[in-house]
Design a protein around this ligand. Sequence first.
Ligand code: KQY
Length: 363
Amino acid sequence: MAKVCKTKPAADGFDMPGEHEPHAEIWMAWPERSDNWRDGAKPAQGCFVEVARAIAEVTPVTMAVSAAQYENARGRLPENIRVVEMSTNDSWMRDIGPTYVTNGQGERRGIQWDFNAWGGLVDGLYFPWDKDDQVAGKICEILRDDSYKAGIILEGGAIHTDGDGTLFTNEECLLHPSRNANMSQDEIEQVLKDNLGVEKVLWLPEGLFNDETNGHIDNLMHVVKPGEVILSWTEDTRDPQYEISQRAFAFLSNATDAKDRTLKIHKIHIPGPLYLTEREAAGIDMSDGMEREAGQRLAGSYANFLITNGRIIMPLLDPKWDDPARQVLQAAFPEHEIVGVAAREILLGGGNIHCITQQVPAV
Ligand code: KQY
């Protein structure tokens, strides 16, 4: 029986492994809401199938699907992908799935964060979000894994760890008044340490330009391994992203991690800039939370990739910048196979491949 522990992970000897460490499986959730995904989510569904297929060649994949979409998803997905019926409000598994911690003795446990659709009633993207909020607990039940309730509003895309004591996050997101307005930065940091078993939290100032999650760290940067990161970059001084990347670079260049290492930083140029087209905007239902207007700048980033069991699943977003991005990734991950998936349809929903996947570590 899976139980919800009343203790804290770090005190129990658990911490969060890095994404570069081995995975037992990856979870995803099937897209269908028509105020986020254009044309009834059909193009996005095709894209999710390709991401799942690329992952499933190296790591087992489970897709959570609503009852209404079960038959469609089962029919479109390859047989080696497990499809389970589960209610969600949308399909950002990184943010609604459990964040796993392990104890080095063959045990893993899930952390259930509180989820409020990236800002609740202040600036959240949809209401209600109750089904998304239940997903982490349901996955732990299905996998018969014990879990913890951290008691803080946080999404998985707002944190990156190196698995060696360091956590990367940013002030724009975690200190945003729409998350945990009653908590100080020190209190939030303590919750991160207690739950993720990290010793040092590196607080970058902000996330990628115009990111509707209040600047998730997983859209700005990624961790290669302890002591090495990938950072979204542009040389275009007229782009608002320029100053953001400069500040992040200055911060990371002057930082030391939990083991007192300075960081090697791989710069990866952003695609575009990319904008929502008239045709794309016309295919998205209007709603209160999400702004989807033609001409809007999209938060495109090559840092939003998944590392899984020797493979990098990277988004393909722009013929001009896809190859340079692939080269940066291959140089940073010389032993990994880099697999690109056309991912504009995921970007139209506000995130990318890292945001739609959540790993369960191997123990
Ligand atoms: O960046 C992520 N981890 C999720 C993006 C959510 C966008 C919702 N429309």
